[in-house]
Design a protein around this ligand. Structure first.
Ligand SMILES: *[C@@H]1O[C@H](CO)[C@@H](O)[C@H](O)[C@H]1NC(C)=O
Ligand SMILES: *[C@@H]1O[C@H](CO)[C@@H](O)[C@H](O)[C@H]1NC(C)=O
Ligand SMILES: *[C@@H]1O[C@H](CO)[C@@H](O)[C@H](O)[C@H]1NC(C)=O
Ligand SMILES: *[C@@H]1O[C@H](CO)[C@@H](O)[C@H](O)[C@H]1NC(C)=O
Length: 363
């Protein structure tokens, strides 16, 4: 099955460039997934890169382990022809897209567009990556009836802003959607478009404003460690909010503490030698560092700063001197006062006094 592999890669590349052409023969099925309501008309796109080699292009439908002929522009004897299916652009020699009229739930499945060369029917010359058609019986264009929230936990650093998503299966009023944290008697109200008596909106929370009518995602600004928990997006039957119509599966938010750590050299150094200390911090979008020795600022040309996003590092090169065995070095991370973090490092843990060295030498 080497040929199909090559072809699929080519289609992926084509997808990236939103085009259906390549340097070698390829079949492009750019849609990936199509969702449709019962009774609507659906077009499944298939474009081949060239008319050469000659031979038919045929559609197959896969449901479970069943892989059967669905449509061919030049059917062979015995091929069943579904009257609802027609070639969409019969006038374009490279376009083998099909339109299925009046779709049914049973049309749900994966459809492959395959190229055969003349007389070689046992193995396709090339095949597309397939398109998954899902036909839903609901009257709306959005199939499925569940509220969608992020499936995997949302991880965030203390102080950052997070988005918790909530997508409704159909157009919904703001007045019917409410966000809660936790379960059972522990459940607390987070945010609503229309407040119920006794509830308050968390002042840090707003709607994300994406896809109005369908999406009810929220943004929480400056999350705290105790915001960690599971958040539920709930749709109610009416404005009173007594009866739940649909409840989302919940999304877990995990907020991690910001911290700063100083890492010393792997071995000890003697007084008078240079010691390197590394300060590491996770801090949202702030890579500011300051170093102090015994309460006095160390000049900036003694340290470097690196890092991106939430992870920042500063490397200090310090010439040690007599008395440093009692010195403390401090790394201060963060610009503004309330976001600032610091860590103290006692040089006694890495430097060795001369006396001990001498004793070792004379031993
Ligand atoms: C092929 O036909 C389909 C259905 O009409 C159309 O959506 C698609 O843009 C066409 N593609 C090309 C490359 O002509
Ligand atoms: C969460 O922690 C913050 C301080 O980080 C505190 O002000 C707030 O009251 C706490 N909230 C709850 C519900 O415990
Ligand atoms: C500091 O934060 C990092 C990244 O979140 C984490 O891997 C590390 O364990 C934390 N250290 C402490 C002491 O909390
Ligand atoms: C550093 O030294 C001070 C004073 O000697 C001491 O109180 C403190 O516990 C030391 N800290 C560490 C991390 O060793």
């Amino acid at each position: 099955m080497q040929t199909p592999n090559i072809v699929q890669t080519s289609c992926l590349l084509s997808l990236l460039f939103h085009a259906c052409q390549g340097n070698w023969f390829s079949i492009c099925q750019p849609q990936g997934q199509v969702e449709a309501a019962v009774r609507s008309h659906v077009t499944l796109v298939c474009v081949v890169s060239s008319e050469i080699p000659h031979g038919p292009v045929t559609w197959y439908k896969e449901t479970g382990s069943d892989h059967r002929h669905f449509f061919s522009s030049s059917p062979r004897k015995g091929d069943i022809h579904d009257r609802r299916v027609t070639r969409t652009n019969g006038d374009q020699a490279n376009n083998f897209s099909i339109t299925i009229r009046d779709v049914r739930v049973s049309d749900t499945g994966k459809y492959y567009c395959e190229k055969y060369t003349k007389g070689e029917w046992d193995k396709p010359y090339a095949l597309g990556q397939g398109v998954i058609l899902t036909v839903s019986s609901g009257s709306t264009l959005h199939p499925g009836s569940a509220i969608v929230q992020q499936r995997s936990p949302v991880k965030a650093l203390e102080g950052s802003d997070v988005v918790l998503t909530c997508k409704m299966p159909s157009i919904t009023s703001w007045d019917l959607v409410r966000w809660y944290k936790g379960e059972g008697s522990q459940r607390t109200h987070v945010y609503s478009g229309l407040l119920k008596a006794g509830d308050r909106n968390d002042a840090r929370v707003t709607w994300s404003g994406q896809n109005p009518g369908i999406e009810f995602s929220i943004v929480i600004k400056g999350v705290k460690i105790n915001d960690t928990g599971k958040y539920y997006c709930i749709k109610y039957d009416d404005e009173k909010g007594d009866t739940i119509s649909k409840e989302g599966p919940g999304v877990t938010l995990i907020v991690t503490a910001r911290n700063v750590t100083i890492i010393g050299p792997p071995g000890r150094v003697n007084v008078g030698e240079v010691v390197e200390l590394q300060c590491e911090a996770n801090n949202y979008n702030d890579g500011t560092f300051m170093w102090m020795k015994n309460g006095e600022a160390i000049p900036q040309d003694h340290f470097t700063i690196a890092g991106t996003g939430t992870w920042h590092t500063s490397r200090l090169t310090l010439q040690t001197e007599k008395g440093d065995i009692r010195s403390a070095v401090q790394c201060v991370q963060g610009k503004n006062e309330e976001q600032r973090m610091s860590e103290v490092f006692n040089l006694s843990s890495v430097i060795t006094g001369m006396q001990r060295v001498k004793m070792l030498v004379h031993h």
